[in-house]
Design a protein. Structure first.
Length: 193
């Protein structure tokens, strides 16, 4: 665990989805005005997650969660950055927060990365490389973003990633720990800009 200014960065390693989600919800529910914001860097064991209001897929190992967005896959080799941020305290609106998270990935990847209008996330050559899904309760955000770094992309073929039929996914092919650290640094920089 490291503290950067007023943001705590926690390195959780490879963890199961449900207990981590429950811990995010508990942290958000129990925090107060003086609780430092936290970024949780981790990888998940293989799991599909489905956002609020998305149709339930007929697949094994699916968790319906309370974040926005549709269906995605999490697995080893994917950097997950959960952003437990008090948006109200920082005077950041939700739309701006999503933009800041996307911009952090774009800053990491350089000029080849881009946004798509109406489709949150980050894309490289038309293929999705980073997915976003957040939830905001009483002005406080949790969940965050996932970045495909060096993973088996085959599980994505069983779904319409983020609800888009035929959406291709891609990855960076870079070292996981260093990529996660750099992404956390960029998110902190963009939050404080």
């Amino acid at each position: 665990m490291t503290l950067v200014e007023d943001i705590v960065v926690k390195h959780l390693g490879r963890v199961q989805y449900v207990p981590t989600w429950q811990a995010m919800r508990a942290f958000t529910r129990e925090r107060n005005e003086s609780t430092p914001d936290e970024l949780w860097l981790l990888e998940h064991f293989p799991v599909y997650t489905v956002g609020q209001g998305a149709p339930e897929p007929k697949l094994p190992n699916v968790v319906r969660t309370d974040r926005g967005g549709d269906i995605t896959y999490h697995g080893p080799g994917q950097v997950v950055l959960y952003t437990l941020i008090d948006l109200a305290r920082r005077s950041i609106k939700v739309k701006r927060f999503v933009w800041l998270l996307e911009q952090s990935v774009i800053d990491l990847l350089g000029g080849r990365a881009e946004r798509r209008p109406g489709a949150p996330g980050v894309y490289v050559d038309g293929a999705k490389i980073a997915a976003l899904g957040i939830r905001v309760v009483r002005g406080r955000a949790y969940h965050g973003l996932s970045l495909n770094v060096d993973m088996d992309l085959a599980p994505f073929s069983a779904i319409d990633p983020c609800g888009y039929p035929g959406l291709r996914v891609t990855q960076m092919k870079a070292p996981i720990p260093e990529t996660g650290e750099r992404l956390a640094e960029l998110v902190i920089r963009n939050l404080d800009a």
